[in-house]
Structure formats: structure tokens, C-alpha cells
Design a binder for this molecule. Structure first.
Ligand code: XIL
Length: 890
């Protein structure tokens, strides 16, 4: 087969943006003006095959038949039909070597349809490349499962590798590989393909700081906002220089650490620190000093014996060196540094002093007290801080630092403030955790600063690399907004003095490749392109934010539900259609089978007329694009097709053919038409016919376990009164971690104010020695009052923990309203809790997200086991999507 795709290629330029790079810095060379290199930022279709004019460059891979057909078409009247396949790898193939160039990236989209055999079938888009004209490589680069009779779209990106010799590249469509002996007729079915579209993805535009947006720090009163910088940023030619104006405090990210300031004993290097301090003074900004003593980035000589560098230094030598280092630097910048991180990270994860070289040599916390005294002697007016991470939420480390500061203050050590580094993530800790931390330290009578704020988009070190999608950035923006609102409130209350971000922009963040190599992060207010991110706009001007993307779910069901009042619908959470003011116009629920999505829609509309209808939009790939492609399903149901209509509310039951699979996501929206008015679930601008980027996201799920709470108001006294017999005992059967005894249960009751949960825990050995409350023998309740199943905590989400000695701890929720009582019995303990409904008006049939947990401490006082009702991944403290469902019943 010889094919030449370019003969048939039609190139369509979509966007014509030619940018002249560095046009302003053109040079005169030999009297001639040299032109700057041109970068083609055009996004263009390099190949479009729709078979309207023939087979194009396509042929067969094996001995199957490949021909143009007019029996079915995605668009136009023709498509390409492949039949007579003998092996799974048989399928139509096209050579794309001449349109896809080495080193460039492309988006590839192709459509597939079949009409025989199974209800659904997977198809692969695969590539074949003859590397340097010799070795053939094959790889599947895209795949999808498609429902019979439906045109399904396979979309993927591909970057053409650079090679020494020309390396012919082809694409083909096949079914997943099976040995010929094992292949069934279903694997060898005939199918159609249509509309192969290959689009060049332009390289990203060069980063450019926006000059005409408001200065970030001006949005805060009596709360200076800073950023960590590098010396290049001070240089007006530095690419991030233009971002400095957004901040009124600067701190060196690295260049005032010990290793830089005194690389060899007695050889001080002041250039970069001078530059920072001078720039700040000249521009009437504040400077922070980071840091005088840390167990990282210090010079090796500092802790070594001067006579024998293989040995560690004596305490006297170390103290003399530290004193000289601290006094030399602090006195040089006397009056010019607003606050100093005198010691950094001196507490360990367990709350004890960090076992650093300093502690090993000094033997006690005396070295910390001395560091503060020396700094104070050098500049009695400077504010002196102790700085640390993972103290923004309650636990052993926060307790450890709190107690250390308290001791130092009692001894009269000049500690003026606590710096919370705040290297946080979208998931953890919650804003309420951080508020509690700020207040706790402020109550010690010291200043509190947020010193190194950034917000990772990853929940943990285990999470794989992800893109900074609009959804992710909007989630981050929401948390940044809530966080800065809290910061301003705490500043107004006199609890918080300053907030500093750890970097000017995502470009160059220290969280790229840390703590996971190869992973990119997006933790700050300005992007890798240096432009303001949604996080910035969420605080400065939320009206500039793109429409938010709501999360919905479609719950699996064995069979389609026949009527709107089938009780199966009761387990599916309704999503509401409301306007920007929060007025509700309808609700919908979704379920799915292997071949169909079923929607139950209620529209509240008292004025019945011919225009009344609903429109459902489904974009199968959740691509969120600035266009509506042929893949978007648009289903209209007029009021005349209602399955019920009370005159006030009309109800539609809609079946939509669709092959979903667990955990996959679709773009989804639902629009209500009432006369001239539109109301939508997600796209509040009602532009669903033009763009898919404002559709919500719906995830295919299996209904999580369900439990019930009976109506009733028990006394919270640790006694199991008769009323509890009406509630079903539910076993905690999920062994999340380690060893726990069988037989622990919970039961639930509810009334207008509270959800009551009674735990009966089997545990012969009770221990609460651990400092972290979750390490003690204790129970936990997770509650998601709107059953929103969000990946991060919203206002309605909370975690309550109570030890067997009735000591409560909180993550979100209401400490004021919560009540509990515990009682020890031989072989275990009982806890009765009253969890307030703060964001729900409870009623029969309401669904809430719920899980119950038991933490088991061993004899040494550390947690040795966890047991749950539903979730087995121990992520409930930041992720509501892992909870089960509880229904309130009469
Ligand atoms: C980090 C810098 O951002 C990186 O560039 C460097 O490689 C390592 O140090 N806590 C601190 C900061 O106190 O000094 C650290 O800064 C981040 C964690």
C-alpha cells in the first residue's frame, strides 16, 4: 500500500497568530538589521479526511476490505467501511509522515461506529513508526469504548519524536489485541470510521507579565502581602520583575540562607542580601530575613571540628560560630529587616525537638534560645520569628511548637512571633484548621505571620502528575479566596500580621519536581505564563472568573427505572437548577446502565405554554472546548412529553443512549426553557449551543453503601436508652489499616437540629497517650450535609473525633454546637455524639454523605488500626467523595 496523505490533505488555518519573538531586541549586524526568529503560534488542521471525495490516503493493514460507504456518515453522506477482518490488528491505516513533523505536537480525533455484534466495543487508535527507516514500533495512543449504533470519538494528543533519518508514521484503527485463536466474531466486527482530524498544537505563547491589572496587596488592609523572590527578579530585565508591584514585602527564597551568606568560615557574602534590602527600602516595601539557622542549606564547616573536619564541632565552637553569623548579619541590616526567621524548622513531626546536627551538638533547646538572644542583641528593634511547617493544623507538631514557644517566653527569651510556613494543598489543611492555628499562637501573645504560603494542586505525594485544568484552577481559586478572606478577618482581629507567598509565580516554583520528580505544580497566584490565575481573580474581581464547573454524578442501576416515583430514585442526590441569585427552577437526577443514561427532571414552572422544554447537553469526552463539535448530544424534551404535570411542576424521564464506565467523566448540562427565559444547571450564560467549556462535569459512579437514620432525640449521656433500639446497628466492617477487633457498630438517629450517632466499640486495651488525637483510641464521624461528594472540604463538610475519654477534636464543623459523651465498659467503650446540622434543613428522605471510623491505639500509644463503615483509604479528612450515603427516615 502506498499512500500520500498530503495529496488529500486540506489545511484549514483556524487561528492565525504569528508572533515575532524578541522583535524589539533586533540587532544591527554588519550594517544589516537581523530579523528575530519567528515562532509559528498557529493552531491549524493539518489533515482532514471525511471520505466525501474518496478513500484519501487510506488502505487496509491486512487482507480486509476498506471502502467508501454511503450507508452511514458522521457528517456529509460518506464514511470509510472496513469489513472482512481476520485479526484484531486488521483495520484502516493512513500514512501521516508528510503532515506531522518531528518535534511538533498534534491533537488527533477520529470517529468510529459499528452496527453488529456486542452492545459496546472498545476500539484503539494506534500508531506505527518505522524508526530511522529500519525498526517498526507500534503503540496504542488512544482508545474508547463505544455503544452500538453510536458514532464514538477517539481523541488523543501525540508528539512526533525527532529521529536521525526520516521515520514513516502511520495511524490505524483496530480492536484490542487478541491472539487469532482467541479472537471471537465480536473482536473482528466490521466498522465505519469518519472525519479524521489532525490539528497542530502550537507551542505556548512566550510568558509575559500583565501590566494593567490591579496590585494584589492593595486588596488588604493592615495586612502586608509578600512574596519570596530571587535576585534576578530585582533586575528590571528579569522576566518576573513586573510582578513585584503586586507585593509589599519581599524575602529571598534562598539567598540569605547560611550556605549563601557564609560559604567559608569568616567569608561573608552580602551582595544578594544588600540588593534585597536596598530594593525594598527604595520602593518603600518591607523585607523579611530568611533564615539565620536551619538544618538545610547550611555550610558543612559550620558543624565540623576545625582541627579535624571528619569530627563534629564542640558545643563551644558551634555557639561561637552561630553567634558570629547571626550578629554579623543582623547588625548589618539593623533597622532594615522587618522580621527575621531566626530559627527554621526546629520541631520534628512528633512534636519533639528536631534531631538535627545542632541539637546533637548542643544537647538541648538552649541553642534556640541563644540564637534569639544573639539576634536581639544585634538589633533590639527587629521582630524575631520561629518558623515551621505542618503547624497549620492541630496535632503533635503544632503542640510541640506551641509548648516550645511557651517555654521560651517563660524564660524571657526574645521570641516575638511564630511563622506558619503554610505549604498547603487544595485538600489539606482546611481554612478552619488554619484559622484555629493562627488564633492558638496569637493567644500566646506573639505575632503570627504566614511566611511561605503556596497551595499544591495535589492531595498528597502519591498523586500522579496532572494538568492545571480550569476545574483544578477554579477549585484552587475558591480555596485561595476563602483563605485570604480568613486572613483579613484575623488581621482585623489583631491575630495575623503578614502573609507571604513562596514565590512570585508558578514559573520556577520549588514544588516542580518536589516532593515527586517529574511532577509539575501550580501553587501560586500567577501562572507559568506569568499571567494572573483564577486564584488572583477570585480575590481581586470574581466577576472576571470563568463560570465555575459543578460536579455531578450518575449512579449505576441494573435496569432502567420505569416511573418517576420509583423509590430507587430516592438514593440519587438531586442537583438543582438555579439562577445567579440562587432561585431554584428545577432539579435533576441521573442513573446509568451499560447502554443508557437516564435522567429524571423536575421543572418548577406555573405558567404552562408551548415554549416550555428542557434541553440536555452531553459532551462525551469532558473536553471543555470553545466550540460544540458533532460529538455533543443535544436532547430536547417539550413539556407535552412530560410523564407527570401538576401545573406547577412538570416531570420528564429521558433515556439517552450512552456507553459509560465507572469513573469516566462527561461534560453535562441541563437547560430549562420557560418562555423567553433560560435557566441552566452549569452554564449560567446559557451558551451550551456554542461552547462546551461551561458544561458541568458528571462522573459515572456506583451507588456507595447506604445506611439510615431514624427520627428520634436521644439524651447525650453515654447510656443506651430504649429509643436507640429503633435504630439499626451497623457493623464497622471495613479494615482500613492494621488490626482492630471485630464487632464494633454504630447507629444513627436524627431530629431538626442534630444527627445523633451511637458507637459501641470493642477494644480491651484503651490508650490515649499519643499527642495526635487520631492516634488515640477514638471514634470519628464524617459528614457531608449536601452529599456534594466534593474532593475538598466545603462549608457543609466536617469531621468530628471523640476519644474514649470524651475528648473531642474537629476539622470544620461547629465546636459550639457539637456535643458528646463517652462511657467505658469492660472490653470496650460507648460514645454518643450529637452532630449539628449547620447547612441542612433535615427532612425525611434527605441524603447526606456519611462515614464512621474507629481509631485503635496499641499499648505504646500509637495508632495500630483503623476501621470504617465505608471508606478504606483514610482520606476522609480531606476528601468527601469517599463517604457513603445516609438517608434520614421517619
Ligand atoms: C526552598 C526553596 O524554595 C528551594 O528553592 C530550595 O531548593 C530549597 O528550599 N521551607 C523553608 C524554605 O523554610 O526555605 C524552603 O525553600 C521551603 C521549605
Amino acid at each position: 500500500m502506498k499512500s500520500n496523505a498530503s495529496r488529500h490533505a486540506r489545511s484549514v488555518a483556524l487561528l492565525c497568530v504569528f508572533m515575532l519573538l524578541a522583535a524589539t531586541s533586533s540587532l544591527w549586524a554588519g550594517g544589516k538589521k537581523e530579523k528575530a526568529p519567528e515562532v509559528d503560534l498557529t493552531e491549524k488542521v493539518v489533515l482532514l479526511e471525511d471520505f466525501e471525495a474518496g478513500v484519501g490516503g487510506w488502505g487496509a493493514r491486512g487482507r480486509e476490505t476498506v471502502e467508501v460507504s454511503d450507508k452511514s456518515a458522521l457528517s456529509g453522506t460518506k464514511s470509510l467501511f472496513v469489513s472482512g477482518r481476520k485479526s484484531t490488528w486488521n483495520g484502516p491505516i493512513v500514512d501521516v509522515s508528510e503532515v506531522m513533523l518531528p518535534g511538533e505536537s498534534y491533537k488527533i480525533s477520529v470517529w468510529v461506529m459499528f452496527q453488529e455484534g456486542p452492545e459496546t466495543q472498545s476500539f484503539n487508535l494506534s500508531m506505527q513508526r518505522i524508526v530511522d527507516g529500519i525498526d517498526a514500533t507500534y503503540a496504542t495512543i488512544g482508545s474508547d469504548r463505544i455503544a452500538k449504533g453510536d458514532w464514538g470519538n477517539i481523541v488523543t494528543n501525540y508528539s512526533v519524536p525527532v529521529s536521525k533519518e526520516p521515520s514513516p508514521l502511520s495511524f490505524y484503527i483496530e480492536t484490542p489485541y487478541k491472539n487469532d485463536d482467541a479472537a471471537t466474531p465480536n473482536d473482528l466486527l466490521s466498522f465505519y470510521i469518519d472525519r479524521l482530524e489532525i490539528t497542530r498544537i502550537p507551542p505556548a505563547a512566550p510568558p509575559m507579565v500583565e501590566k494593567d491589572i490591579p496590585e494584589f496587596h492593595t486588596f488588604f488592609k493592615n495586612l502586608p502581602i509578600g512574596a519570596a523572590i530571587n535576585v534576578d527578579d530585582i533586575n528590571p530585565r528579569g522576566e518576573k520583575h513586573g510582578l513585584l508591584r503586586h507585593f509589599n514585602v519581599y524575602v529571598h527564597e534562598n539567598d540569605m540562607k547560611q550556605a549563601y551568606m557564609q560559604p567559608e568560615e569568616g567569608k561573608f557574602v552580602f551582595d544578594k542580601a544588600d540588593a534585597l534590602v536596598n530594593y525594598a527600602a527604595k520602593n518603600k516595601k518591607l523585607a523579611r530575613g530568611h533564615t539565620l539557622l536551619w538544618h538545610n542549606q547550611y555550610p558543612a564547616w559550620l558543624t565540623r571540628d576545625p582541627a579535624d573536619p571528619t569530627k563534629i564541632a564542640s558545643k563551644e565552637v558551634l555557639y561561637a560560630r552561630l553567634e558570629k553569623h547571626i550578629k554579623t548579619i543582623v547588625s548589618r541590616y539593623k533597622g532594615k529587616i522587618h522580621s527575621w526567621d531566626v530559627v527554621n524548622e526546629v520541631i520534628g513531626e512528633d512534636g519533639a525537638l528536631r534531631n538535627s546536627r545542632y541539637l546533637q551538638i548542643a544537647g538541648s533547646e538552649e541553642y534556640i534560645a541563644n540564637a534569639f538572644k544573639w539576634a536581639h542583641e544585634a538589633d533590639p528593634n527587629a521582630l524575631l520569628f520561629i518558623n515551621d511547617y505542618s503547624i497549620e493544623f492541630s496535632g503533635a507538631k503544632q503542640d510541640g511548637l506551641y509548648n516550645l514557644v511557651k517555654r521560651l517566653l517563660e524564660q524571657g527569651v526574645p521570641v516575638h512571633g511564630v511563622g506558619l510556613q503554610a505549604h498547603i494543598s487544595i485538600g489539606h489543611p482546611t481554612v478552619s484548621d488554619m484559622r484555629t492555628a493562627i488564633r492558638r499562637f496569637a493567644e500566646l501573645g506573639v505575632k503570627v505571620q504566614i511566611t511561605e504560603l503556596d497551595m499544591s494542586v495535589y492531595a498528597s505525594g502519591n498523586e500522579a502528575k496532572k494538568e492545571a485544568t480550569r476545574e483544578v484552577l477554579l477549585d484552587q481559586a475558591g480555596k485561595y479566596r476563602a483563605l485570604f478572606q480568613m486572613f483579613q478577618e484575623e488581621a482585623d482581629a489583631g491575630n495575623l500580621q503578614m502573609v507571604v507567598l513562596w514565590g512570585l509565580a508558578d514559573m520556577g516554583t520549588w514544588l516542580d519536581n518536589f516532593p515527586v520528580a517529574g511532577r509539575t505544580n501550580y501553587p501560586l497566584l500567577f501562572g507559568k505564563d506569568l499571567r494572573a490565575k483564577p486564584a488572583y481573580w477570585a480575590i481581586v474581581d470574581p466577576s472576571k472568573l470563568p463560570i465555575g464547573i459543578k460536579q455531578g454524578e450518575v449512579i449505576s442501576t441494573k435496569e432502567l427505572i420505569k416511573t418517576p416515583d420509583d423509590t430507587k430514585w430516592d438514593f440519587v442526590t438531586a442537583r438543582t437548577i438555579e439562577d445567579r441569585a440562587g432561585k431554584v427552577y428545577g432539579t435533576y437526577k441521573l442513573v446509568w446502565t451499560d447502554t443508557t443514561i437516564q435522567a429524571l427532571v423536575n421543572v418548577f414552572d406555573k405558567t404552562k405554554d408551548a415554549s416550555d422544554e428542557i434541553t440536555i447537553f452531553i459532551e462525551p469526552k469532558n473536553l471543555k472546548e470553545a466550540k460544540v463539535g458533532p460529538n455533543v448530544k443535544v436532547i430536547k424534551v417539550p413539556r407535552s412529553k412530560a410523564v407527570a404535570d401538576t401545573g406547577e411542576t412538570w416531570t420528564a424521564l429521558v433515556d439517552i443512549p450512552f456507553a459509560g464506565r465507572v469513573a469516566s467523566k462527561i461534560g453535562f448540562d441541563l437547560r430549562v426553557t420557560d418562555g423567553k427565559n433560560f435557566y441552566s444547571w452549569n452554564d449560567l450564560d446559557h451558551t451550551q449551543d456554542k461552547v462546551t467549556e461551561n458544561y458541568g462535569t458528571v462522573t459515572f459512579k456506583i451507588l456507595p453503601p447506604v445506611t439510615y437514620a431514624k427520627r428520634g432525640t436521644p439524651r447525650i449521656d453515654g447510656q443506651i436508652e430504649k429509643l436507640w433500639d429503633t435504630a439499626e446497628k451497623v457493623p464497622l466492617n471495613v479494615k482500613t489499616q492494621g488490626y482492630t477487633l471485630d464487632g464494633s457498630t454504630f447507629r444513627a438517629l436524627w431530629d431538626d437540629e442534630y444527627l445523633y450517632v451511637l458507637f459501641e466499640v470493642q477494644d480491651a486495651l484503651l490508650n490515649d497517650n499519643a499527642r495526635d488525637p487520631w492516634e488515640q483510641d477514638s471514634i470519628e464521624v464524617f459528614i457531608d450535609q449536601n452529599n456534594g461528594k466534593t474532593k475538598t472540604y466545603e462549608e457543609d463538610d466536617a469531621q468530628y473525633r471523640v476519644s474514649f475519654r470524651n475528648k473531642a477534636s474537629f476539622n470544620g464543623g461547629s465546636e459550639e454546637l457539637f456535643r458528646s459523651r463517652s462511657r467505658i465498659f469492660p472490653g470496650g467503650y460507648v460514645v454518643e455524639v450529637a452532630v449539628p446540622f449547620t447547612h441542612l434543613k433535615p427532612a425525611a428522605k434527605a441524603l447526606i454523605g456519611f462515614d464512621a471510623q474507629v481509631n485503635e491505639a496499641d499499648a505504646s500509644g500509637t495508632r495500630s488500626g483503623i476501621r470504617n463503615w465505608v471508606s478504606d483509604n483514610n482520606m476522609g479528612y480531606q476528601d468527601m467523595s469517599v463517604l457513603g450515603v445516609m438517608m434520614l427516615i421517619d
